[in-house]
Design a protein around this ligand. Structure first.
Ligand code: ZN
Length: 260
């Protein structure tokens, strides 16, 4: 699987001092229990409901693309990305580490609140294919529990660290009820650390219904995002979450199809 190694930036980021950088006044007292059945938490106020109501996206008609960000959330970089997505009314998917989602719950919640999707990237970036099925399942379950507690939403997707997957990982994902999401475009952002190169990789690789792999823990990746979003929109793309792109992906199945 040498092709797949290095696809992620390896060890999870070290925890920065605090998540004070995140200002989210809307959290506070308006905590609401999550509704498991719908995958959405109840809206705390009518205003919030109106703000979050969006027309359904039909990627059979629209030219969709899904930006994805792995290995966060990070208080150093993720808040800036949230602002950029919000400003450009773009949606994306964040594959997060369970241990970081537990440490920075407000960031996870905020991502969900702007209409982006939060998903599972394991507890602490271990290679799941080196674990037993039971071990991989327990790792993913622990991560999903932490992420769901933070976002007050349902997690329906996972991405195996390093893209390292096998039949055992498929089984673990199926048991947990999450689809396995890999990618079409690997920006190698963790390696180049060069905003121009990252932007070029995305815009040259862009295609309808493609999934783009990036990491929201690198400042250089964040620095490229406004231009990437503007460039994609200029080319007619609608930026959607992975769940919007795929419709209803099946638990335990790998997407895109090229990974099967
Ligand atoms: Zn990763």
């Amino acid at each position: 699987m040498s092709l797949l190694l290095g696809a992620c930036s390896g060890a999870p980021p070290t925890a920065a001092s605090s998540d004070r950088a995140v200002s989210d006044a809307s959290l506070g007292s308006s905590a609401a229990p999550r509704t498991a059945a719908s995958g959405e938490s109840p809206n705390p106020t009518p205003n919030a409901a109106a703000k979050r109501a969006r027309p359904a996206v039909d990627c059979k008609k629209l030219k969709c693309i899904a930006l994805t960000y792995d290995d966060g959330p990070s208080p150093r970089t993720t808040p800036k990305l949230i602002k950029i997505l919000k400003k450009h009314k773009a949606k994306a998917t964040f594959f997060q580490l369970g241990q970081l989602a537990r440490r920075y719950p407000k960031l996870v919640r905020k991502i969900h609140q702007i209409g982006s999707e939060v998903a599972n990237h394991s507890w602490d970036h271990d290679s799941l294919d080196r674990k037993s099925v039971k071990g991989a399942y327990q790792d993913l379950k622990r991560a999903s529990a932490a992420i769901e507690k933070s976002c007050r939403c349902r997690v329906r997707l996972m991405r195996p660290p390093y893209g390292a997957t096998d039949k055992g990982v498929d089984k673990a994902a199926k048991k947990l009820g999450v689809a396995e999401i890999l990618w079409d475009i690997d920006t190698l952002d963790w390696s180049s650390r060069n905003p121009s190169k990252i932007k070029r990789k995305v815009l040259r690789g862009a295609g309808r219904n493609r999934i783009v792999l990036m990491h929201d823990i690198h400042r250089t990746t964040i620095a490229a995002q406004a231009d990437i979003i503007k460039g994609l929109k200029k080319r007619g793309y609608t930026l959607v979450t992975v769940s919007e792109l795929l419709g209803k992906p099946k638990p335990g199945k790998r997407y895109p199809k090229s990974w099967r």
